[in-house]
Ligand binder design. Structure first.
Ligand code: NAP
Length: 439
């Protein structure tokens, strides 16, 4: 690390679920883009989380190899630069199981004790919760409407009613403690990260002495965050036959409304920013999605996995802007949100409104970041905004004042419900003697 760059003013990024698929792609792209775009005196501390040490070691080895690759490339152009670049990146691994609230608390406490600040947290980890595929429907829809059916598929079969293992230990007499069910897909895709964001908010809020950027909490959504899959009465998607899609809709609702006045009291509590001071700034929640990327999220036997990859490439060649296919390209939106100048993000939001940023691609394979329509919010929540021609979901509807009002109201209800749920679980964990104090 260069003299000018102490650990305290290094750029700290946490990426969850970094041993596989997009998480690994995000880590690799982040190293690459950071070294290419940031000044020589800035360094990156990349903290990745995995569920076990073996996966963590493998991910660190893969990211180390990526770093060496970037260095070798740079060395060819500028001899001697490789050592400088190598010193600018520090990799660290941690354990996190989003299905265990205690695991979320333990990691948060450890980071609060050992890290001076966090600039970005990328909430990438997640599960599909699918049990298989309706093959007949898959063949029929792919052959009749290739691009649409491979972008917004209707043929995935979802598990229903899946819950996490008990969060509380048995009572002193060995009996099981009573606890409410916690939806597995909801917890892996949303609630675990929701708690993580809350506990890490003080690290995200620590203002850098030199930079004006806000701490960024980047939530991962999907193109499949359909309005019709979400029911606020079943916020944990326990009864839903589309739990994955429902959890992603919740992500959209809460991320977008997080900057609106209607949710401010909840969000201030969540981000621990009820009493702003000069030393801290309220972090920002940003919303991204990776397009359609070929990853192990849908487990398939090898031959079908290759067939799916081919189907995805064909969709791209047919003009689908969302079939980014590779994890490197799928990572473009999240990495851009992590590294973009604050002024760039602010200007774009002033121009286009707050919205969802997705990874997109052209037929030749050039990736880009593309604003993505959200049902009930449009691209930026502006009534009368001009609909974009490409990349619209089959469920897309023109934004109306009524649909926008419903969106904001539902977002506010979700924030109220999630804050209630967070406090309830914290109390339960504390009473059972397993809650981790953040003091
Ligand atoms: N692939 C796509 O086309 C696509 C599209 C839209 C959105 N996404 C989103 O992108 C994110 C990454 O997905 P992916 O496609 O890269 O899938 P993936 O390859 O299966 O990666 C998922 C990652 O999440 C981790 N994870 C799963 N459950 C976890 C838990 N309980 N606690 C901690 N980590 C956990 C996995 O760890 P293990 O290896 O230990 O299971 C893995 O590292 C997800 O949020 C997904 O919804 C993906």
């Amino acid at each position: 690390m260069s003299k000018a760059s102490t650990l305290d003013d290094a750029f700290y990024v946490l990426v969850t679920g970094a041993n596989s698929g997009l998480g690994l792609g995000i880590g690799a792209r982040l190293i690459d883009e950071f070294l290419q775009t940031r000044p020589q005196d800035e360094s990156l501390v990349l903290i990745i989380t995995t569920r076990d040490q073996r996966k963590g070691d493998a991910a660190i080895a893969a990211l180390g190899e990526q770093l060496r690759k970037v260095c070798r490339k740079a060395e060819k152009k500028l001899p001697g630069v490789s050592q400088v670049l190598q010193r600018r990146v520090q990799l660290r691994q941690e354990r996190l199981d989003l299905l265990s609230l205690v695991s979320v608390q333990k990691l948060s406490k450890k980071l609060r004790d050992t890290v001076p600040k966090l600039d970005v947290v990328i909430c990438n980890a997640g599960i599909g919760g699918w049990t298989g595929i309706n093959w007949l429907l898959a063949f029929r829809t792919i052959l009749t409407s290739w691009k649409t059916s491979t972008t917004w598929p209707t043929f995935k079969l979802s598990g229903v009613g899946w819950t996490t293992k008990p969060q509380l230990p048995p009572a002193a007499d060995g009996s099981e403690r009573e606890e409410p069910p916690l939806g597995e897909v909801f917890c892996a895709n949303f609630f675990g990260h929701y708690l993580l964001g809350h506990y890490l908010a003080p690290l995200l809020a620590r203002r850098s002495q030199t930079k004006q950027a806000l701490g960024r909490l980047i939530w991962t959504s999907s193109l499949e965050a359909y309005e019709h899959t979400f029911d606020i009465q079943d916020i944990q998607c326990l009864e839903s036959t589309e739990a994955y899609e429902s959890s992603k809709r919740l992500t959209d609702l809460m991320a977008i409304t997080s900057v609106l006045p209607a949710t401010e009291p909840h969000v201030n509590k969540y981000l621990d920013c009820e009493q702003p001071s000069e030393k801290i700034t309220k972090p920002r929640i940003y919303l991204s999605h990776p397009g359609i990327t070929h990853t192990p999220i849908m487990p398939l036997i090898l031959v079908l996995d290759y067939a799916w990859m081919l189907v995805c490439y064909i969709s791209r060649w047919l003009g689908s802007q969302w079939h980014v296919v590779t994890v490197d390209k799928g990572a473009v939106a999240a990495v851009w949100l992590a590294l973009a100048k604050q002024s760039t993000l602010d200007t774009m939001e002033q121009r286009e409104g707050v919205g969802k940023w997705g990874s997109a691609i052209d037929v030749r394979g050039n990736e880009r970041v593309e604003r993505t329509e959200v049902e009930g919010w449009g691209w930026g929540g502006e009534i009368g905004e001009r609909p974009r021609k490409y990349g619209r979901s089959p469920y897309a509807k023109t934004l109306t004042p009524q649909s926008k009002e419903n969106f904001v109201r539902e977002g506010e209800q979700c924030w109220a419900e999630l804050e209630k749920m967070r406090l309830d679980w914290e109390k339960r964990l504390d009473e059972a003697g397993v809650g981790v104090s953040m003091e």
